[in-house]
Design a protein. Structure first.
Length: 234
């Protein structure tokens, strides 16, 4: 059977109830991590972190005594392993939503053909674009539901950068390449990291951000009412 002589016609309901929902769920999951914090919550968190950094709450030996140099870290310290395990747990938590979405797609839409790409491709893309569909004679440009999930997962980063900016939590490539052991290898061997200086820098950053932070939801009710003529212009 030649793929050039066979045409597939997709039901429009597949587009409305499978293609669009999968794309919408992927976008909403990614943008939910960038939701702005209300000013009361932001101020409370900033104040708590500033006090904790100043008091040395997160330092193992408490606040420093004068200008004493930091002691070299013990490579066999169990706390270092706890930090690595915490990084691994964070990575696992970040992977859970993607695993749930992939399981949802694989359970409800397994074997669905969703869309046909408008440009020609070689047969080498067939295994990537038609996951879950065992049809050797199908045109390689057709995309299955599971492959559409992966295309969205890696292909929407440009859209996220455009909407949310370059430094956003929706960047899937950053999540995939991040290592829980990156912090452990950041400092060169033999050069202990001075966490006291790091915390002082964070205190200054938090104090500086207080004057720059503005919540997008401030006075949103009045702005909407003025836009539709329910309130007089300010």
């Amino acid at each position: 059977m030649s793929s050039s002589t066979v045409s597939l016609y997709l039901d429009p309901q597949i587009r409305d109830w499978v293609l669009f929902p999968i794309t919408l769920v992927m976008v909403l999951r990614a943008t939910s991590a960038n939701s702005p914090a209300p000013p009361q919550l932001y101020t409370s968190i900033s104040r708590h972190l500033s006090q904790a950094f100043a008091a040395g709450t997160y330092l193992k030996d408490g606040p420093p005594k004068g200008d004493a140099p930091p002691t070299p870290p013990n490579p066999m310290d169990p706390a270092a392993m706890d930090g690595m395990m915490a990084g691994m747990k964070t990575q696992m938590v970040m992977m859970v939503p993607q695993m749930v979405i992939m399981g949802w797609i694989n359970f409800f839409f397994q074997g669905f053909v969703l869309i046909k790409l408008p440009f020609p491709l070689t047969l080498g893309f067939k295994s990537m674009l038609q996951r879950g569909i065992e049809t050797p004679d199908m045109d390689v440009r057709w995309v299955s539901s599971l492959s559409w999930y992966f295309l969205n997962f890696f292909g929407l980063n440009g859209l996220y950068h455009l909407i949310l900016g370059g430094d956003n939590a929706a960047d899937s490539s950053r999540d995939m390449t991040a290592s829980p052991f990156a912090a452990a290898g950041a400092a060169p061997p033999g050069a202990p990291q001075d966490f006291n200086k790091l915390f002082k820098t964070e205190i200054d950053n938090l104090a500086f951000s207080q004057g720059l932070y503005s919540w997008v939801g401030a006075d949103v009710e009045d702005r909407v009412l003025r836009k539709y003529g329910k309130l007089p212009p300010a």
